[in-house]
Design a protein around this ligand. Structure first.
Ligand code: ADE
Length: 234
């Protein structure tokens, strides 16, 4: 999978891309992530990528031109109104107005060959950017200072789903939300900590009983904490 990120703060990504599972996936060449500084694509002689809103009002608006040029450079084409963008390419604008990211959407995105993530900023992006993208994604109903953290969330959520990124032992198959339930509880050593002990069934070696217990606990937990997930099931 290839992921290109268009941002005015490429350095923000260092911490996330340079650690743990994402770093491993990048080092193995399973996921190729490239960062593009939008300031490198502006025609403005002072390097500006934003401007005042037409009609007045507070804040600045991210201009369409640097984003258009960056997209042209990355793909050779822009997505709307042309035949050149491949089926398995998604051009995604991170915005609080987008479709809310959930596990289902992460699963679908993880199947794409090529994603371009555009990190919005300031008061917002020029409306014409919306004509250049195939999708708009939000990571939740709250407003962040920019699209960088949301882009990192998207990268993290989908990278771990790309085949062979996770080893068998940390497979994503049984993650919370994958089966429409949140996950069962986990325990590791010691068997007793203070006065809290590990449920007997997990020490029994009876794999059938363990499977049943885990399912029961997942259902119980989902009922208690996220009854909305059960409502959405079937
Ligand atoms: N940019 C600012 N807030 C955001 C959010 N919640 N999701 C995606 N992009 C954003």
């Amino acid at each position: 999978m290839r992921i290109d990120v268009l941002t005015i703060f490429p350095k923000m990504f260092d911490a996330v891309l340079g650690e743990s599972i994402i770093k491993r996936a990048v080092n193995k060449g399973i996921v190729k992530i490239r960062l593009y500084d939008l300031r490198d694509f502006t025609d403005d002689k002072h390097g500006k990528v934003d401007d005042k809103p037409f009609g007045g009002g507070a804040g600045m608006v991210m201009a369409v031109q640097p984003i258009y040029n960056a997209l042209l450079s990355v793909t050779g084409k822009t997505s709307k109104g042309n035949k050149g963008v491949k089926k398995d390419l998604k051009v995604i604008l991170l915005t609080p107005q987008g479709k809310r990211l959930d596990q289902g959407l992460a699963n679908r995105l993880a199947k794409c060959k090529h994603l371009i993530l555009i990190c919005g900023h300031y008061e917002g992006v020029d409306e014409r950017v919306r004509h250049l993208v195939t999708d708009e994604i939000s990571i939740g109903d709250y407003v962040l200072t920019g699209g960088e953290l949301p882009a990192m969330v998207v990268i993290d959520a989908i990278t771990r789903l790309v085949p062979s990124v996770l080893g068998d032992e940390d497979s994503s198959k049984f993650d919370s939300f994958q089966g429409g339930l949140i996950e069962h509880p986990h325990y590791t050593r010691p068997r007793i900590f203070k006065d809290m002990s590990v449920p007997e069934v997990l020490l029994s070696g009876d794999h059938d009983a363990i499977k049943k217990w885990r399912h029961k606990e997942a259902v119980k937990r989902t009922k208690e904490r996220r009854p909305d997930l059960l409502k959405n099931k079937n």
